[in-house]
Design a protein around this ligand. Structure first.
Ligand SMILES: Cc1ncc(COP(=O)(O)O)c(C=O)c1O
Length: 499
C-alpha cells in the first residue's frame, strides 16, 4: 500500500503539527494503521491485529455495503437538511421503529458530543430548569458543555465542578459504595440521586436532567443494578427533569438481545431523550438525538431554529441505512449474544485460573475484565493492566484499559467478532497472565522499574519489576508456539473474516 511517509516521519509530523493533547493509542509505541477489514486492522508492515475495542466500526471495518452506499449517494447529491430528501425521513422512520413509541422525533448531528450538547439544550428548554445530575467517572463528550458534566474529564483537569452540576455515585456493585452483598443496591443508589435533588431544591436550584450511559464505558464497563434507572427516572421526573440515556457507546444491538442497552432494564423504563453516535455511521461521522414530541415542541416554542450544516445529510443517512440493513441481514445482534456469551464463559474460566482477574462483567459484546492486585481488597491492578495491553499488542490483539483506575480491560469489538476470535484473544491473555503471575510470584507487586518485560517500549505506569529476576519473555515459549499459528496470516484471516 502506497504511503506518503515512513512511520518515523509520520510521527515527527504529528509531533510538529497536531495538538499535543490529541494522544495516540499505545503512546510508548504508536501504531500506524493503513487499512482495515472486518475485525482486523493492518499496520504499515502488513501485520494484522485483532481489533477488540472498536465499537465504531460496528458492522466491521470498511464494510463494502457501507462503502457502496456512501459512494452511490455521493455521486448523486449531498446537501443540508433544509431541502426535502427521502434519506433523512426514511432513516428517522427506521430508527424510531427500533425505539419505544414515544421516542419518535430525531435531530441529526455529526458527533456524540453534539448530540449530548443538544440533549442538554432540549432538557433545559423543557421546563426552564438548568441543573444536571451526572454520574461519577462519566464521560459524555468533548464540548465545553459536556466537560462540565463529565467527571472523567473535569476531575483530571484543573476545572472545578460547576454549581449547576451534581455528581451521583456510580451504581457499581463491584467497587462502588454499595456492593453485590447489599440486599437492594438499586434502591440505595437511586436514593443517593433523590438526596441530591432534595439538596439542590433546598439551595433553590432546579433539575433539568439526569444523564447516564445505559452502561458506563469509560467509567469501567459498569452495569447498573436492575431497577436503578426506573427509580432514578421517577425521582427526576418528580423534580420536573428529564432522563437522558447516552447510548453513544453501547447502542445499535451491541448488547445482543436488545437494540438499545437501556431496554435491558425492562419495558417499564423509557428515557425521555436518547443520544447516539459512534456505531451509527460505522466510522462515517453521524449522530442523533431522539426525543418525545412534547420535548421537541417545547424546544421549538422558543422560536430559535435548529440548523446543523452536515447533520442528516443524504450521504450520512444512506450510510446509516446501510448499517441498519447489515445489522439485520447479517444477524449481528444474535452474533453479539452468541459470541458474547461464549467469550464471557471463556473469561470466567480464566478468572478461576488467574488471581489477577477480579471481575468479569458485561452483556453481549460489551465486556470488562477488572484486574486486581488482591481479590479481597479489590485493589486496582493499574500497572498490570497497562503491561497486559502492551503485551497483547505484541500478540497482535488490540485491547485498552479504562475506568477511573485504568485497570479494566475493555472489550467492545466490531459486531462481526467470531467465537474463533474470542478463543484467540483469550488464549493470548491466558499466556500473558500466566507469565505475569509466575513472574510476580503470586504477589502481583507493581513496582515501577527500568527493567521492563516487554519487547516494546512501554509507559512508566506499565513497567513491572519482576521479583525473581527472569524476564517474562523467557517463560513464554508455550504462548509463542500458539502465536506461531499467526504466522500464516492468510489461512487465519480467511477463517476469521466474516463480513
Ligand atoms: C458515552 C459517550 N458519550 C459521548 C461521547 C462523545 O462522542 P464523540 O467523540 O463522537 O463526540 C463519547 C465519546 O467517546 C462517549 O464515550
Amino acid at each position: 500500500m502506497c504511503q506518503l511517509y515512513s512511520k518515523r516521519d509520520t510521527l515527527a509530523l504529528r509531533g510538529k503539527h497536531i495538538g499535543p493533547s490529541c494522544k495516540v493509542f499505545f503512546a510508548a509505541d504508536p501504531m500506524k494503521i493503513v487499512r482495515a477489514q472486518g475485525q482486523y486492522v493492518f499496520d504499515e508492515q502488513g501485520e494484522h491485529y485483532l481489533d477488540c475495542i472498536n465499537n465504531v466500526a460496528h458492522v466491521g471495518h470498511c464494510h463494502p455495503e457501507v462503502v457502496r452506499a456512501a459512494l452511490r449517494q455521493m455521486e448523486v447529491l449531498n446537501t443540508n437538511s433544509r431541502f426535502l430528501h427521502d434519506n433523512i425521513v426514511e432513516y428517522a422512520k427506521r430508527l424510531s421503529a427500533t425505539l419505544p413509541e414515544k421516542l419518535s422525533v430525531c435531530y441529526f448531528t455529526n458527533s456524540g458530543s453534539e448530540a449530548n450538547d443538544l440533549a442538554l439544550r432540549l432538557a433545559r428548554q423543557f421546563k426552564g430548569h438548568q441543573d444536571v445530575i451526572t454520574l461519577e467517572h462519566a464521560y459524555h463528550g468533548h464540548l465545553s458543555s459536556l466537560i462540565e458534566i463529565s467527571p472523567y474529564k473535569f476531575r483530571k483537569g484543573k476545572d472545578v465542578k460547576k454549581e449547576f452540576v451534581h455528581v451521583a455515585p456510580v451504581p457499581d456493585t463491584y467497587r462502588g459504595k454499595y456492593r453485590e452483598d447489599h440486599p437492594d443496591p438499586a434502591s440505595v443508589y437511586a436514593e443517593e440521586v433523590k438526596k441530591i435533588i432534595e439538596e439542590a431544591h433546598k439551595g433553590g436550584r432546579k433539575i433539568a436532567a439526569f444523564i447516564a450511559e445505559s452502561m458506563q464505558s469509560c467509567g469501567g464497563q459498569i452495569i447498573p443494578p436492575a431497577g436503578y434507572f426506573q427509580k432514578v427516572a421517577e425521582y427526576v421526573h418528580g423534580a420536573g427533569g428529564v432522563f437522558i440515556a447516552d447510548e453513544v457507546q453501547v447502542g445499535f444491538g451491541r448488547v445482543g438481545k436488545h437494540f438499545w442497552s437501556f431496554q435491558m432494564y425492562g419495558e417499564d423504563f423509557v428515557p425521555d431523550i436518547v443520544t447516539m453516535g459512534k456505531p451509527m455511521g460505522n466510522g462515517h461521522p453521524m449522530a442523533c438525538v431522539v426525543t418525545t414530541k412534547e420535548i421537541a415542541e417545547a424546544f421549538s416554542s422558543s422560536g430559535m431554529e435548529y440548523f446543523n450544516t452536515f447533520g442528516g445529510n443524504p450521504v450520512s443517512c444512506a450510510v446509516g441505512l446501510a448499517v441498519l440493513d447489515i445489522i439485520e441481514n447479517e444477524g449481528l445482534q444474535g452474533n453479539a449474544t452468541k459470541v458474547g456469551n461464549y467469550l464471557t464463559e471463556l473469561l470466567n474460566k480464566q478468572k478461576a485460573k488467574h488471581p489477577l482477574i477480579g471481575d468479569i462483567r458485561g452483556v453481549g459484546l460489551f465486556i470488562g475484565i477488572d484486574l486486581v492486585k488482591d481479590r479481597q481488597q479489590r485493589t486496582p491492578a493499574t500497572a498490570e493492566a497497562q503491561h497486559i495491553i502492551y503485551k497483547m499488542k505484541e500478540k497482535r490483539v488490540l485491547l485498552s484499559a479504562d475506568g477511573p483506575h485504568r485497570n479494566v480491560l475493555k472489550i467492545k469489538p466490531p459486531m462481526c467478532f467470531t467465537e474463533e476470535d474470542a478463543e484467540f484473544m483469550v488464549d493470548q491473555l491466558d499466556g500473558i497472565l500466566t507469565v505475569l503471575e509466575e513472574a510476580l510470584g503470586g504477589k502481583t507487586a507493581s513496582v515501577i522499574s527500568e527493567n521492563t518485560p516487554c519487547k516494546t517500549e512501554v509507559p512508566r505506569e506499565a513497567q513491572l519489576e519482576l521479583p525473581s529476576g527472569g524476564t517474562a519473555d523467557s517463560r513464554e515459549s508455550s504462548s509463542k508456539k500458539r502465536n506461531a499459528a499467526c504466522a500464516d496470516k492468510h489461512s487465519l484471516l480467511s477463517k476469521r473474516l466474516k463480513t
